[in-house]
Design a protein. Structure first.
Length: 142
């Protein structure tokens, strides 16, 4: 299997609220059928879809709690971490953890979108970011 992720779907309870939040961050979306919103995020697509329909499609039961997934947004400096957290808060996010030094030598914080999805925002001094925000791990960096 080719190593890549092409689509991440977030199950949401309020599609309009979720769409408004991501649009406030500058992430415009398209909704061809009105039931799902697709947002181009670099080479990936982020989909916002009704939580119950997403659970049924994944052949699982929605327990309503944290699903064991945290999305991440890597940036080039600690100051940029703080700026992204401030931008997310202004768009309606809840700041779960302010930017601070991490135990692994970086700097990061966490916000939750209006639907409760956790987003880590981090500066990792050991990873290289390209001009488009792509992350390059040291052992695969070329």
């Amino acid at each position: 299997m080719h190593r890549h992720v092409s689509l991440i779907t977030l199950g949401v309870r309020d599609l309009d609220r979720a769409r408004s939040f991501y649009e406030a961050l500058g992430w415009a979306g398209a909704s061809p059928d009105g039931e799902v919103v697709f947002i181009q995020v670099g080479p990936l697509v982020l989909a916002l879809w009704d939580r119950a329909l997403a659970a049924a499609d994944a052949v699982t039961v929605d327990g309503g709690g944290w699903g064991g997934i945290t999305l991440a947004h890597n940036v080039s400096s600690p100051a940029e971490v703080d700026a992204v957290l401030a931008e997310a808060a202004a768009a309606g996010a809840t700041i779960a953890r302010l930017g601070a030094p991490t135990d692994w030598g970086g700097y990061g914080g966490v916000f939750h979108d209006p639907e409760g999805h956790a987003w880590g925002v981090a500066h990792n001094p050991y990873w290289r970011l390209d001009a488009d925000g792509g992350v390059h791990l040291p052992e695969t960096d070329q």
